[in-house]
Design a protein around this ligand. Structure first.
Ligand code: PEP
Ligand code: CO
Length: 441
């Protein structure tokens, strides 16, 4: 039922590192196969049910986190700040949408990156491109850039530590709804951008006060559902963590709850589609502006032949300038073909450019404009704009331009190893703006 690693490799998988020593790879894979699951199959089933509600228009997905997690980023502060911002955003969205918000982090496994070139040249020196901490080091030296499969085992341990802390935060009372809303109120009170959202924050305050006065104190306030996701990119890692679930005797990739296939690895006959077609997790597929409706329909037939509710999420990333042109035909034809998916907007990856001073960046306004276009297209077609997928961090980094505080100086805290992320204030601002769009919808 699970294809062998050799089968997968024979398909000529895109975006794999050139490992210098096959023996080292075999050792890492053998070690990974002995390690326990990071997530449980039953949790993947629960998330699939929740994504089915998204597909039906009865819930909204918030998926976010780093473009590339790093091993150095596995610290209490970093994980906590990221969770804080995601949960804060979720409260605002829940209030506005008046439907459940399904919360999924790009977290605890997002360590491997597709790259546009295999090699990178600086000042006449050529080395392997950085492919994420799962593969090699960020520093531009021959030692650091050498792909090292021992890193795959380190991904497992970094993910386990992150998940452990995440589970403690979301179930241990720290993420209590009232506490999370207090963080939002703080943002609204203390940041210039926040002032504009006083009205919504005040409404949430009153709703909470009303419930407290009525003596309503549900368990749901004290603990929240939170799931992990990453791009299933490295065949060795994902294959080693694909296991037969003892309850159902069916395969799950237990490296994360939701796995997605990137825009560069979604070839219909490719290894990534083949592996993920065999596992029972909920699956996402990124669809960029070159995706045709026929591609999407064929992917759905491969990945979700049984039309299982919640199985498939299409994450569209068209760019602010093109979303209104290319998304309508895609959504219309896919829907007409009887394919039911959750439609989610990634307003990041179609809006990347290089600044005059050489930083890979994004304009906050472009990000918002793509979400706006996504909502407009779905509203016009009568389909449900099911969620947003964003690259963000809980820290005050300077990677994306603009937003309420008019960020213009990228140099002061540009920390990403890959794509530029929204900082905390920009993320919360996005949540308030998407909340307005949800209300209008
Ligand atoms: C990503 O999500 O970081 C990514 C590489 O996206 P895409 O596959 O859509 O380019
Ligand atoms: Co990215």
């Amino acid at each position: 039922m699970i294809p062998t690693l050799e089968d997968l490799r024979a398909r000529g998988a895109a975006q794999q590192p050139t490992w210098p020593d096959q023996g080292e790879v075999d050792v890492a894979v053998a070690r990974l196969r002995t390690l326990p699951p990071l997530v449980f199959a039953g949790e993947c089933d629960t998330l699939r049910d929740q994504l089915a509600a998204v597909a039906r228009g009865e819930a909204f997905l918030l998926q976010g986190g780093d473009c590339a997690e790093t091993f150095a980023g596995v610290t209490a502060d970093n994980v906590r700040n990221k969770l804080q911002v995601l949960l804060s955003m979720a409260v605002v969205l829940t209030y506005a949408a008046a439907v459940p918000v399904v919360k999924v982090g790009r977290i605890a496994g997002q360590y491997a990156k597709p790259r546009s070139a295999d090699l990178e040249t600086r000042d006449g020196v050529t080395l392997p491109a950085y492919r994420g901490d799962a593969v090699n080091g960020f520093a531009f030296t021959p030692e650091s850039r050498r792909p090292d499969p021992r890193r795959l085992v380190e991904v497992y341990h970094a993910s386990a530590a992150t998940l452990n802390l995440t589970r403690a935060f979301v179930t241990g009372g720290y993420a209590d709804l009232r506490q999370v809303h207090a963080w939002n109120t703080d943002f609204v009170r203390t940041s210039p951008a926040g002032k504009r959202y006083e009205l919504v924050a005040g409404e949430i305050d009153r709703a909470l006060a009303f419930m407290a006065a009525c003596g309503i104190d549900p368990d749901e306030f004290a603990s929240v559902g939170f799931y992990s996701s990453h791009e299933a990119l490295l065949l060795e890692y994902e294959h080693a963590l694909t296991r037969i679930d003892s309850r159902t005797q069916t395969p799950y990739d237990v490296s994360g709850h939701l796995l997605w296939i990137g825009d560069r690895t979604r070839q219909l006959d490719g290894a990534h589609v083949e592996l993920l077609s065999r596992v029972r997790n909920p699956i996402g597929v990124k669809l960029g502006p070159t995706s045709t409706a026929d591609d999407a329909i064929a992917l759905a037939a491969r990945l979700d032949p049984a039309h299982e509710p919640g199985r498939l999420t299409f994450i569209t990333r068209m760019g602010a300038a093109r979303v209104r042109d290319v998304l309508p035909e895609l959504v219309e034809k896919v829907t007409a073909a009887g394919v039911s998916v959750a439609w989610v907007c990634d307003p990041m990856h179609g809006n990347t450019f290089e600044s005059a001073d050489g930083y890979k960046t994004r304009e906050f306004d472009d990000v918002i404009e793509e979400v706006r276009g996504f909502f407009e297209v779905h509203r016009a077609l009568g389909t449900w704009p099911g969620g947003v997928h964003v690259e963000l961090t809980g820290d005050d980094v300077t990677e994306c331009l603009g937003g309420g505080s008019n960020l213009a100086d990228l140099a002061s805290r540009y920390e990403t190893h890959c794509d530029p992320r929204l900082n905390r204030a920009q993320s919360l601002e996005l949540a308030f703006l998407v909340a307005q769009m949800l209300r209008a919808a």
